[in-house]
Design a protein around this ligand. Structure first.
Ligand code: FES
Length: 342
């Protein structure tokens, strides 16, 4: 995940409420290394300021960077970790349309800068003992995928990566990838490959029992979702770094219902156009959150009763259909009352 390309805080801002940055359990870190890996793309390595080990993580995990300019962004961890990692490395691509995240990091940050980082969170876990794994990455979507590829390689598993970029100059880790045996990689460059990668064709050649992962720009994810629509959903894993789709129509309506907190018995009316997260925060309820976009999973909350309307890009369609949990930064509700386990 790299939400440097995502818009900043639209959720709260849209409703006229600006939530302060969440700051519980943050790690005081220092930028230790910057490394260029492709055009406009760099790796940033952070370590704790006190030199102690960092919390462990598995491939697919991301961290929040609390940037010195006040912005909060999520970035996937690029390198597989030991159980006591000494550093976290994330990849950042400078986006001309950036609202300040990636541009700030690439243009302003330098080795030695101090920064606060969240503990890792993982909504995109790798099934490490799968019979076969196929990884699809587009552009900066390579960051969690590369972590997975290295892990699978180290474990000696059966795997293959499809990685698409506009041009060779845009492809991170290209020299390492090109050294892999051809059975492990399919590298695609739009400028010399006749346009975008044909994901449907690639998926059609993959064994039915394989686990498939994809991270990239939304058009790629859309093509991937279409290509895998006939496969069991437990074998398909997608990570969005911008919201899946703009909510539309009546179903997208926010607010206009009651939220009851089962543990405290407190009740709050969520006015039309407002988010559950905002109302609870304003009422002083202790709520965890980060992206406010429905993409990071930080605000995931268990549902006791009521029928939420899901607008997040974290839960699978099957998970959303069960209505067992909900992202309170972006959900609506079909019923008058939503009872939450908090
Ligand atoms: S705060 Fe990120 S999904 Fe809700």
């Amino acid at each position: 995940m790299d939400t440097a390309t995502a818009s900043a805080k639209p959720a709260a801002a849209a409703a006229g409420t600006q939530l302060p940055e969440p700051h519980t359990g943050l790690i005081d870190a220092r930028l230790m290394k910057i490394e260029e890996v492709a055009r406009d793309t760099k790796l940033y390595t952070f370590a704790r300021r006190d030199g102690a080990p960092l919390p462990p993580y598995k491939p697919g995990a991301h961290v929040d960077l609390h940037l010195p300019n006040g912005l909060l962004r999520q970035f996937s961890l690029v390198l597989p970790a030991s159980s006591n990692p000494e550093s976290y490395t994330v990849g950042v691509k400078r986006d001309e349309n950036s609202r300040g995240g990636s541009r700030y990091i690439i243009d302003e940050m330098k080795v030695g800068d101090e920064i606060k980082i969240s503990a890792p969170r993982n909504n995109f876990p790798l099934v490490e003992d799968a019979e076969h794994v196929v990884l699809f990455a587009g552009g900066i979507g390579i960051t969690p995928i590369w972590c997975m590829a290295q892990q699978l390689n180290a474990l000696g598993r059966s795997w293959k990566i499809y990685y698409a970029c506009r041009a060779r100059a845009d492809m991170a880790f290209v020299e390492t990838l090109e050294k892999l045996e051809p059975k492990f990689r399919h590298l695609h460059f739009d400028d010399t490959g006749g346009g975008v990668l044909d994901i449907a064709k690639a998926v059609a050649e993959i064994p039915a029992s394989a686990h498939l992962y994809c991270c990239g720009p939304n058009p790629m994810l859309k093509a991937f979702e279409a290509a895998v629509s006939g496969r069991p959903r437990n074998l398909v894993h997608v990570e969005y770094f911008t919201p899946k789709e703009e909510a539309a129509g009546q179903e997208s309506k926010l607010g206009g219902f009651w939220v009851e907190l089962a543990r405290s018995g407190e009740e709050y009316f969520i006015p039309e156009g407002q988010k559950v997260l905002e109302v609870l925060f304003q009422a002083g309820v202790d709520v965890d959150y980060s992206c406010e976009l429905g993409i990071c999973g930080a605000c995931e909350t268990k549902v006791i009763s009521g029928t939420p309307i899901h607008h997040d890009s974290v839960l699978s369609e099957e998970e959303q259909a069960t209505n067992e949990k909900v992202m309170i930064c972006c959900c609506g509700c079909k019923t008058e009352r939503l009872v939450l386990d908090m």
